[in-house]
Design a protein around this ligand. Sequence first.
Ligand code: 13P
Length: 258
Amino acid sequence: MTPDARRPYIAGNWKMFKTAGEAREFTQKLLARLPMGNGVELALCPPFTALAATLDGLGGSEIKVLAQNMHQEPEGAFTGEVSAPMLVELGVHGTLLGHSERRQYFNETDRALQEKIPAALGAGLQPMLCVGESEDEREEGETQRKLRHQVQEALERVPDAQLADVVIAYEPIWAIGTGKVATAEMAQDAIGFIRALVGDRSKDAAERVRVLYGGSVKPENAAAILAQPDIDGALVGGASLDPDGLIEIVTAAAAQVQ
Ligand code: 13P
């Protein structure tokens, strides 16, 4: 049974999809069709330009809104960047950090994440740290080495008492947008390993930290993944663009709490 602190968590990462108008339309459909009181924590991660419309569209609902990235400094000469206080002022609840697409295409480094995660926590934003190995790394038996490096580096400056306030998403790069989902056993193994890494720092945090799986999660495969003992939810890309698909995944997560 999932301890209370590990409430199932489903987050929809829209990546660079949806204008503000499309986001608003999505929230209307979602609120009209989503069964309330389902026990699942749900978050949407729109592009910066659709954050305000998403927050507004969700009104007073419990659904959270996360940004997809954030700069570590509160302000400064960093053209094109957005800071924690700017997100907080909008009413945003948290932010993805270290998504593999940011690491791959925009030079996101573990060093920057070491500053971004404490900056988010300090501002009252929930950081969702993304980690995961490439296909080559998995084939070469390097998965655990990669995960150890990413988790230890990114969490280095987070005090033990705050470790469980970070949400971690394990997203094997080879499973993102490819339709090639990790087997439930592979996902469980990697996520159990990530939980143990947190346990090297604090046993209490390891019990409480939520670790999600991401990579081609769809309504058809969500239940098998979410049934694994260490997997507390899912970070969903493509399937979260359609409110009905997202609701089916939330429903699969809700079945785990019954
Ligand atoms: P897909 O669900 O489209 O594979 O994307 C996963 C992802 O990167 C979520 O952050």
